[in-house]
Design a protein around this ligand. Structure first.
Ligand SMILES: *Cc1c(COP(=O)(O)O)cnc(C)c1O
Length: 461
């Protein structure tokens, strides 16, 4: 019998313009890395060949988005692009009121200041760096209520972003619902490896929080990618569109913070969306202090226009199929080489398990930071640490030692080709081959906040 021919996905677009890259030698990369204190965040982007540092603000905009930029209405107040964005947020996401912000953390700042009082508890399905910091700066304490499976990179549970409702009930019992202003629920949980939450879990979360009068605030930075996984994996959703699924997800929440630099295919932008008039009114007052007038929130009119168009493109089924298809392609290549990665593959990148990759390097010698440096040295591919450096310190000064010690290979949307994916996997495989000779590092400079951005390291001899 003839084997049926495999049906591959392919990009639902073609390339209209290219950006030329500088190719570097091993010697140039060694010098660049030393100057950057072995922190890939401190490399100049010119020194990078394939940039997988982040999927944040690195997407390629479409011709429609670029055309939209020309329609920017740069009025100080009441720009027509704001009204377009407001309409799109209502229509596609289903939230009532919109406050634009310069990016996601601007929305987190305003929301945390409004809803959190000193001593409050904010349960969430795993922390995110800026989200937790704003919760803490507002006087709250983050409590992780993600399911245990999320902390195990080998566990292939399809919805590792799920909330453990028992953990939530326990917190409610311990502190009382009054101390919990909201549950901070993320779709496509970034720090767990881009893992999705299921619709079933969300419905249950809504039921529990409703009973206790607790809000659910949605970190919707990658909601469309989460919707894709629900469509692929959850019973009853195969025939629903990404657009329908996104709207249903949001319907179980009371508001959202958004970094439009991810799903929404723009280079800058974000917003706070909320259904509650009182919170909206207060946010509308506060945005003027921190971001800009409530009809621009730190953005140019053209940025809001590109965002409005990008949101529409992000919930297109063909787009999402190719987007996640490319990530999965890289993951499968890595696995063929025996490289230990977080499974199942998440939506926005491949997360390599540095504890498994470099088992001889203890966590206080930064195995993930070390691995990110080695991959850059090999090929100029820039990745980032998501482990002990990113986790930072507790209020009492002790280091957080997270179970997951990962290197994130984040794939920008619509930017790189399949050949780039091959180069990335092969480079990582070469580092894997010589892993036993790789030594750890020590931190020689540590900033006070979000230290992973600017910390510096030295190689151990
Ligand atoms: C990027 C990100 C944020 C913060 O958004 P910025 O636009 O970078 O300020 C918040 N939550 C998640 C899950 C993110 O990935």
């Amino acid at each position: 019998m003839i084997k049926p021919i495999k049906k591959s996905w392919a990009e639902p677009y073609k390339i209209k313009m290219v950006e030329l890259l500088k190719m570097t030698t091993a010697r140039q990369r060694k010098k660049a890395l030393e100057e950057a204190g072995y922190n890939t965040f401190l490399l100049r982007s010119e020194e990078v060949y394939i940039d997988l540092l982040t999927d944040s603000g690195t997407s390629a905009m479409s011709d429609h988005q670029w055309a939209g930029m020309m329609l920017g209405d740069e009025a100080y107040a009441g720009s027509r692009n704001f009204y377009h964005l407001e309409e799109v947020v209502k229509d596609i996401y289903g939230y009532k009121y919109l406050i634009p912000t310069h990016q996601g953390r601007g929305a987190e700042n305003i929301l945390s200041k409004i809803l959190i009082k000193k001593g409050d508890i904010i349960p969430g399905n795993m922390y995110f760096t800026t989200t937790r910091l704003h919760q803490e700066l507002a006087g709250g304490k983050f409590e992780d209520i993600i399911i245990d499976e999320a902390h195990d990179p080998e566990n292939e549970f399809p919805f590792k972003g799920n909330v453990d409702l028992n953990k939530l009930e326990k917190l409610i019992k311990k502190y009382g619902a009054k101390k919990i202003p909201y549950v901070s629920m993320a779709t496509s949980v970034n720090m767990a490896g881009g893992q999705p939450i299921s619709m079933k879990n969300l419905k249950e979360l809504r039921a529990v929080t409703k009973k206790h009068g607790i809000r659910v605030i949605h970190d919707m930075t990658r909601v469309a990618e989460n919707a894709h996984f629900i469509q692929q994996r959850e019973k009853g959703y195969q025939t629903k569109s990404i657009k329908e699924i996104v709207k249903e997800i949001n319907s179980y929440t009371d508001g959202a913070t958004m970094s439009a630099k991810k799903d929404a295919l723009v280079n800058i932008g974000g917003f706070l969306a909320i259904n509650d008039w009182d919170v909206f009114e207060e946010a509308r007052n506060m945005v003027v202090v921190y971001e800009g007038l409530h009809t621009y929130g730190g953005l140019a009119g053209r940025d809001m226009e590109a965002m409005a168009i990008g949101i529409g493109e992000s919930v297109n089924d063909d787009h999402m199929h190719a987007r996640v298809g490319q990530v999965v392609y890289l993951g499968e290549k890595m696995m063929e080489f025996g490289i230990p990665i977080v499974k199942p593959v998440g939506g926005h990148g491949i997360f390599v398990d540095a504890k498994k990759f470099l088992p001889h390097i203890p966590q206080h010698q930064f195995p993930a930071q070390t691995l990110a440096a080695e991959v850059y040295l090999d090929s100029g591919v820039r990745t980032m640490e998501r482990g002990v450096v990113s986790a930072g310190r507790k209020a009492n000064g002790e280091n957080y030692f997270p179970k997951l010690e990962l290197v994130r290979f984040t794939i920008p949307r619509r930017v790189y080709t399949q050949a780039h994916m091959d180069v990335i996997a092969e480079s990582t495989a070469r580092v894997f081959e010589r892993r036993h000779h790789i030594k750890g590092m020590k931190m020689i400079y540590e900033p006070k906040y979000l230290r992973f951005f600017q910390a510096r390291f030295e190689k151990l001899k």
